[in-house]
Design a protein around this ligand. Structure first.
Ligand code: BDR
Ligand code: CA
Length: 325
């Protein structure tokens, strides 16, 4: 039977690829997509999720729900320099051969449901069955915990793309973007006792697609998916070339979806992990207790952390799913 999942996301080019991967994977039953502000402001994230569902979603589509606009972190930084001003690589640049606009945003319904309410409703319907895949800041899940922690504890699993355990951060030297954007929410979630699997930069930075692979993949894919892959990724690849000297897109969020489907794509270690919420320079840092000596004073482990990844396995899975017709 397919795993029932909710995907909480801030699309984001790699979020878009993660959503497409999930929607094309029979192992998952996507019950809802909930949006959060992160890479782009909430309204743009919601528009993007709606566009992606319109282009690549099943009919009828899963529920789309809007998250809360304000994160407890109150960060104003977005990642538009990486993902483009629209979060999807500036899709309005692209035209069809006949001159018409290639990507038309469908009008977003005004009355979209609230992300927290949808999560709590689905948990009432499917207690102990739902997996939450979190691809953005943890604002919505923290909000749900504040509203009804008892109900949220009926999640079967939470797979989170976020954190940097043994590697530097990507938004500051210490912090990974999703955790940095709402560190209070992340700390609340980490301390909640939920069964968490963390997919941090330690593993996500090892899975990437280079321009040649993107081109080959796009040619093997059906339309409009192939064009979307090239169009949406070109800005990120260029950003990575200029800023990090690596011409590639890192598949952070798709790896989290991969792990929700097949846990053997990564090797996890059970660790005690907390988030720095007080400090200035290290705000949003994920601190894991990696000390080899254990004693009675240590805090109990709370998170399964992915520290190794089978890169080949994931990439061939990802490519196969995108090319599947
Ligand atoms: C995470 O930050 C975002 O920019 C990506 O979508 C991913 O979720 C990587 O740090
Ligand atoms: Ca994301």
């Amino acid at each position: 039977m397919a795993k029932r999942v909710i995907i909480d996301t801030d699309p984001g080019v790699d979020d878009a690829l993660a959503l497409i991967l999930a929607l094309r994977s029979p192992e998952l039953q996507v019950e809802a997509i909930t949006t959060v502000s992160g890479n782009v402001p909430l309204e743009q994230a919601t528009k993007n999720a709606y566009l992606l569902l319109d282009l690549f979603g099943p009919k009828p589509p899963p529920i789309l729900a809007r998250g809360r606009a304000r994160s407890s972190g109150k960060r104003r930084i977005m990642a538009q320099s990486v993902h483009g001003s629209d979060g999807l690589g500036e899709l309005n640049r692209f035209k069809n051969p006949d001159g018409s606009t290639r990507y038309l945003y469908p009008k977003l319904p005004r009355d979209l449901p609230d992300a927290t309410e949808v999560l709590l409703d689905l948990l009432k319907r499917y207690p102990d069955e739902l997996t939450l895949i979190s691809l953005g800041p943890l604002t919505n899940l923290a909000e749900a915990l504040l509203t009804d922690a008892k109900r949220v504890k009926r999640l079967r699993e939470v797979v989170i793309m976020g954190g940097a355990i043994g590697v530097p951060g990507n938004i500051t030297p210490a912090a990974e973007f999703n955790i940095f954007m709402d560190p209070y929410a992340a700390q609340r979630v980490f301390k909640s006792g939920l069964p968490i699997k963390l997919v941090p930069l330690d593993v996500t930075e090892k899975v990437c697609l280079r321009p040649m692979e993107i081109e080959n993949l796009a040619q093997a894919m059906e339309e409009p998916l192939g064009s979307f892959l090239c169009d949406a990724t070109s800005k990120v690849v260029e950003y990575m070339r200029q800023v990090q000297g690596v011409e590639a897109i890192l598949l952070h969020d798709p790896l989290a979806v991969g792990v929700a489907i097949d846990p053997y794509m990564v090797k996890t270690t059970l660790l005690h992990v907390e988030v720095e919420t007080q400090a200035c320079i290290t705000q949003g840092m994920t601190i894991a207790d990696l000390r080899p000596i254990r004693n009675d004073l240590e805090q109990p482990p709370n998170i399964q952390v992915a520290l190794e990844v089978d890169t080949k396995l994931f990439l061939s899975f990802f490519k196969e799913r995108l090319c599947r017709r």
